[in-house]
Design a protein around this ligand. Sequence first.
Ligand code: FPP
Length: 230
Amino acid sequence: MNPELHTLPTGRHHVACIMDGNGRWAETRDLPRTAGHTAGEENLASIVRAAAQRDIGWLTVFGFSTENWVRPRAEVRHILGLHERLFGRVEELNDNNIRIRWIGRPFDSPESRTPRFVQRSIRKAIADTAQNTGMVLTVAFDYGSRFEMMNAARNARADGSDLNMNDITKRLHDADLPPVDVMIRTSGEIRVSNFLLWQAAGAAIHFTDTAWPDLSASELDTALSLVEAS
Ligand code: FPP
């Protein structure tokens, strides 16, 4: 799905974000949950710009999980629209020399649930930003880490592998994705959920009470200081 990277980014770190708390952010303002997701997408765009100006080569964000499909239909529809909007920000991504990529259940797998219109926006954004050389922004959509690992093991077994570490790593959704250096989880939840469990085995974790729509560039710096100090 993702094209081979022609140039590695120069930024050294891989930051992963679990963007939690959009719903609570909206509820405390007497707004519908969907308004929280809209604010979350807008803040993601500004965090992406901030990350591209720092020593970050890879930013991976949890946009929609394999478990999120059980949410109310109107909320799911709204979040799908926000992904279409995010993947439509090609001009902004190109202005910042950012490549966009995607991880999730492969579109041709029987388990995939990504609707066609989202598939189209993902494919187009990947193709239209592939020539950039800067930060790689990877969006996890219809993504679950346990599915990813099981799928990699399944494919390795089908290929007759004896299942060593490298045989699994190279069959993950994006074999180019490096180990995560720091994981950020917003909104006071002290857990990692089903996100990048293989890739984040050695990651530092920055848990914060800040809701995702309020996460600032200076808090991104606080998280980065966890890896820059080590
Ligand atoms: C968590 O908030 C966020 C999500 C379920 C994913 C959706 C994320 C966004 C819309 C922001 C980024 C946008 C894109 C397009 C990648 P929650 O609903 O779980 O909040 P709560 O825990 O307060 O209810």
